[in-house]
Ligand binder design. Structure first.
Ligand code: OOG
Ligand code: NI
Length: 507
């Protein structure tokens, strides 16, 4: 019996081999990532593995796929269910992108820490929204829905094998082989000619709509290895003459802890595709839709920490708009240095980062004293960390960022497309998506919280603490801090946002 995690690891590996044959620059990206990871390991030693073993990081990939209908999404969920991957998070890229990206998305991934350590393969999966009148008028919506209803992305044999794998926790050798073969094949680029005028009709609305609804099959859109130093990777790819998108999305490079996710990609490449013209002739054209992306992962943020992150990005927007010539990376770095927790200890004590906590019984001394309760117990999480009673291990961010995703979509689209913002959007949310998939879309924050809370409860028990220390201190009421000076505005940026000393979440 080949277990689900073994199927997942094998699928990720085969998909990566297949994509490397289809898009050779992706192989270069993987090679350069491995080089950079090797160099970081040499320079930093064990510290380099703080956010995942080198074995995990070397094999780590995420993919991106795009489907057209709830039915197709349900089938995708069965295939990934076989691989032990569950839908996590709801992303509405229609709102996050400035250009026309008419999709809502989730990510399929393992959820248990143990499963993630075995192989963390995840797939960002987007579904087209033909019912959104900002993008599609009634006539186009009808034609698109009819086209999508008529196609079949996944053969019944594949879905059957997937159901069996999920029900039994794996597949016997020969069936596993057949399942992997069919699953990889389903995501290969089709050689079947596509209808040029239909593709172009959709492309005028959105390049993503054409990529999804203009063809009778699906394909992997990109694959993403993980790298330990994304700035160095960006330099080395550029030195090799590979055109990268303009920026690295996400938080800036800085001396403090790495959080969430930083991503960049090389530009989508022109690939030859067979096209059928209106008079039935088949010609070869070129389409630019597929690319290679790379990412560096950091510490997962709590809801509070994430709100702070989103606020800092909004401040960077304000500042960049005021000074169009300025370097956005430099703006972000300045904001980070002024406002973002500068150490893991601070991230933990402020309740902004997710960690697991581990008892250090040897550090426990019972002396009552300043900052201790009558029993000699440091009363806060920060106090327990400072006294050495607890050790904090970072929890890696396993999910995606809608803004970065929109940036990646956008920088690789052939045109802006069109959207009519005078018409009102159709609302989708996580519950709607759960109903469409027929499986619960899990809340990423809840998954990290569970892991943290379990570790804290265990540590408190081992230390014999009277209660479980609170990991997310309540935000104090907006106290005015005298250090903001006589003006008391607490707005040194001039962005209209309070600065660090005026942050409501400052502890
Ligand atoms: C997905 C873009 C999102 C990421 O890493 O944020 C994504 C797509 O282009 O289909 O993959
Ligand atoms: Ni991606």
């Amino acid at each position: 019996m080949i277990s689900q995690w073994q199927l997942r690891a094998a699928f990720a590996q085969r998909l990566s081999d297949m994509y490397g044959r289809e898009v050779p620059a992706y192989t270069t990206l993987v090679d350069v990532s491995h080089e950079v990871n090797g160099d970081v390991m040499c320079a930093a030693g064990a510290e380099a593995e703080r956010l995942g073993s080198i074995g995990r990081v070397t094999a780590e990939r995420h993919g991106a796929i795009r489907v057209g209908t709830p039915d197709e999404l349900q089938q995708v969920a069965r295939i990934f269910g076989a691989l032990g991957m569950h839908p996590v998070g709801f992303y509405d890229l229609r709102e996050a992108a400035a250009s026309a990206v008419p999709v809502v998305s989730t990510a399929f991934r393992p959820v248990d820490a143990e499963e993630l350590a075995r192989n963390p393969f995840r797939v960002f999966t987007s579904m087209l929204t033909p019912a959104d009148p900002r993008f599609f008028d009634d006539d186009l919506r009808r034609r698109l829905e009819r086209f999508l209803a008529e196609r079949q992305l996944f053969p019944p044999e594949l879905l059957d094998l997937a159901d069996r794998a999920e029900a039994r926790g794996g597949l016997p050798g020969a069936e596993a082989e057949r399942f992997l073969h069919l699953a990889v094949q389903a995501f290969e680029l089709s050689t079947e000619p596509l209808d040029r005028s239909w593709y172009e009709t959709l492309e005028r609305v959105s390049a993503v709509a054409a990529d999804i609804g203009g063809v009778r099959s699906t394909h992997i859109n990109h694959l993403t290895p993980r790298v330990l130093d994304i700035d160095e990777l960006y330099r080395r790819m550029t030195d090799r003459g590979i055109a990268m998108i303009d920026t690295i999305q996400g938080p800036p490079r800085w001396d403090g802890p790495d959080v969430l996710l930083r991503q960049t990609s090389f530009r989508a490449l022109a690939e030859p595709r067979a096209l059928r013209t209106d008079d039935g002739e088949v010609t070869t054209g070129a389409l630019r839709v597929r690319f290679g992306e790379v990412e560096a992962r950091g510490i997962a943020l709590t809801r509070q920490g994430r709100a702070h992150y989103d606020d800092l990005l909004a401040r960077a927007d304000t500042l960049a708009a005021q000074d169009p010539g300025a370097d956005r990376g430099a703006i972000l770095r300045t904001l980070w240095e002024r406002h973002f927790p500068g150490t893991e200890r601070e991230l933990a004590a402020r309740g902004h980062g997710f960690f697991t906590y581990h008892a250090v019984p040897s550090a426990k001394t019972g002396s009552a004293g300043p900052g201790r309760t009558a029993d000699g117990v440091p009363p806060t999480l920060g106090g327990l960390l400072d006294a050495g009673w607890l050790r904090a291990e970072p929890i890696v961010y396993e999910d995606f960022l809608p803004r970065s995703a929109a940036g990646i979509f956008q920088s690789n689209l052939s045109g802006e497309g069109s959207r009519d913002d005078a018409r009102s959007a159709v609302a989708y949310d996580s519950d709607w998506l759960s109903g469409a998939i027929g499986r619960p879309v899990l809340d990423p924050f809840a998954l990290y919280e569970e892991q943290r809370n379990a570790s804290l409860a265990r540590a408190a028990r081992e230390l014999g603490l009277p209660g479980v220390p609170s990991a997310e201190p309540a935000a104090p009421a907006a106290a005015t801090d005298p250090s903001t000076g006589p003006s008391g505005t607490g707005d040194r940026d001039g962005t209209g946002h309070p600065d660090r000393t005026g942050d409501p979440d400052r502890t």
